[in-house]
Design a protein. Structure first.
Length: 205
């Protein structure tokens, strides 16, 4: 923005503007809004942000976010522990959970294989996935991965690895209705229908 009357205000604007999707004008509005908030409210806001960096954990089993070493999904005995859904990111877990149509477990890969971006299998949470499949009674793995070129490459690679790990049933989300390349942008009904109508994945040589 420049030429601000306060360095403190300028620092706050820069902090807000560093967030994805927040431009300088929006950052200014947010900073000005904070000026008139009670100190207790700002302290609560600041504490919540600090806790993201200091208190939030990643589940040691599935890599989803958690307040504890094991997330609430992995520790829920009422869920189907024989079905595992592979997703690219935490946002995909949240999107699928919002549908209410899936009651199995998850494994967050942390991305997809993308040679152009320099992302290979070693950069993803694949070793822990294979360890889970070898050491548990997993009967089905669902590929909850977006059908992009990189996504398809990842699905193919993981399917081969999972077959070698002894997983007989591998499924993909139904593709009858496109969901824009990323699961998080799918409406709940469409995504829920894609999960329920999942199809067997056939490996081709």
């Amino acid at each position: 923005m420049g030429n601000q009357s306060s360095r403190i205000l300028e620092d706050a604007i820069e902090a807000f503007a560093s967030l994805p999707g927040i431009g300088k004008k929006t950052a200014l509005r947010l900073a000005l809004h904070c000026i008139y908030q009670p100190k207790s409210k700002l302290e609560k806001f600041n504490s919540a942000i600090e806790n993201l960096g200091s208190e939030l954990k990643f589940c040691k089993k599935c890599h989803h976010i958690s307040d504890y070493d094991t997330c609430h999904i992995c520790s829920d005995l009422k869920r189907d522990h024989k079905v595992l859904c592979l997703v690219e990111s935490i946002r995909d877990v949240l999107a699928i959970e919002d549908t209410g149509h899936y009651k199995g477990l998850y494994h967050v890969l942390g991305g997809v294989i993308s040679p152009i971006d320099g992302v290979g299998p070693d950069d993803l949470n694949i070793p822990s996935l294979l360890d889970r499949c070898k050491g548990a009674d997993i009967e089905e793995v669902i590929m909850g991965i977006s059908p992009t070129i990189d996504g398809e490459t990842t699905i193919y690679y993981l399917s081969r690895c999972l077959q070698e790990a002894g997983i007989a049933k591998i499924s993909i989300l139904a593709r009858g209705v496109a969901f824009g390349g990323e699961l998080e942008y799918a409406d709940e009904m469409t995504l829920g229908r894609s999960i329920r109508a999942r199809l067997p994945y056939q490996l081709t040589e």
